[in-house]
Design a protein around this ligand. Sequence first.
Ligand SMILES: Nc1ncnc2c1ncn2[C@@H]1O[C@H](COP(=O)(O)OP(=O)(O)OP(=O)(O)O)[C@@H](O)[C@H]1O
Length: 261
Amino acid sequence: MSDKKIGDVILDVKNISLSFGGVKALTDISFNVKEHEIRAIIGPNGAGKSSMLNCINGVYRPQVGTITFRGQTFGHMDSHQVASMGIGRTFQNLALFKGMSVLDNIMSGRNLKIKSSIFMQALRIGPAEREEIMHREAVERIIDFLEIQAYRKTPVGQLPYGLQKRVDLGRALAMEPQVLLLDEPMAGMNVEEKQDMCRFVLDVNDEFGTTVVLIEHDMGVVMDISDRVVVLDYGKKIGDGTPDEVRNNEDVISAYLGTSH
Ligand SMILES: Nc1ncnc2c1ncn2[C@@H]1O[C@H](COP(=O)(O)OP(=O)(O)OP(=O)(O)O)[C@@H](O)[C@H]1O
């Protein structure tokens, strides 16, 4: 990859195990993510990728293990706490407000940052008014950055799928996360949409310095944009390293790259 500066460990996943009844979704998974890195999690269907992301973002509660984010260790936190700490996410299945405009959807991502009371907001008085202007400016910057100015007022449900995914990214960026979790950001996209999304992920990483953790099935994309890759298979970690190291790992080749993915 480029000569960008990778920092210290920002997110440290240690010995995570997660079961659903008798199904072991994750067994003793450890890996870390360094500041400013693009870190991919790959693996065949059912390998445990989404489960891993959902442990980090507080949706699932692992039975064993810890996650340390910027020096703070937790076994489990709820999604709201995780988001407040600076871990943002996009969703595999879009969870946007389809009837609302692009602008309002991205604005909704700033909820965590809004400090004034609902009462002051409703009356638009004093600090609430100044705050609204500030949030609005931040959202407009994101809209410019993602090149969706032309659709600012368009209801999200009327946009093509690739643009909806871009709005989803915009909403996650609106909370100014330090770490961004992307669950299959290019799934269902055509080649051109994938290229655009790749460019935006790289730009977010480069221009905002945001650390990115992504699950992605498209191996070309993963190998192109990731600094390091962790590979899961049947809930276990079978590989961890640079794209080249992972590409040449025998276990990975037989478990994953040899399949039809
Ligand atoms: N909420 C749940 N309840 C029960 N089993 C679950 C749940 N979530 C995941 N699992 C099981 O845990 C295992 C790992 O699933 P997970 O969705 O994390 O894999 P994945 O690698 O993300 O797969 P895919 O690539 O198909 O999205 C699977 O056997 C799955 O059936």
